[in-house]
Design a binder for this molecule. Structure first.
Ligand SMILES: [Zn+2]
Length: 130
């Protein structure tokens, strides 16, 4: 029987997808104690320069900052449920240049298609949001 790591139970195979979908919907309704604003600047204690909040939902926020040597952006994803941030767990890196790219990432994360990478995650230390 497949195992559900959210409720810590084995679930019948034939209802597993539906069961997981219910959890996904639960998480989308969950409230976290943080209020975000589009394009707000977020400072983390580990880094001097802020990131800009490009897309978010109740649980995740995709934040980017310019990375000039490569004319692209660096990104980090905040996960309030796990209190961590890091890059997306993807084999091929998707773009994070446009707001649309960032919204798509939120969509993937909130539907559990991807998560914040276990390799790159660090504890969430927000210094300031302005
Ligand atoms: Zn479950």
């Amino acid at each position: 029987m497949p195992y559900c790591n959210v409720c810590d139970k084995n679930v019948l195979s034939r209802v597993y997808d539906m069961h997981r979908q219910e959890h996904i919907e639960e998480f989308k309704k969950k409230e976290y104690n943080v209020k975000f604003k589009q394009d707000a600047l977020i400072y983390f204690t580990e880094e001097k320069k802020p990131y800009k909040i490009r897309a978010f939902d109740n649980r995740f926020a995709v934040c980017t900052k310019p990375y000039n040597p490569k004319h692209t952006v660096l990104y980090t994803i905040v996960d309030f449920e796990k209190n961590i941030r890091g890059t997306e767990d993807l084999i091929f890196c998707e773009g994070f240049e446009t707001d649309e790219d960032c919204k798509l990432a939120i969509h993937r994360l909130s539907n559990w298609e991807t998560e914040v990478s276990k390799r790159t995650k660090i504890p969430l230390n927000i210094k300031q949001i302005i």
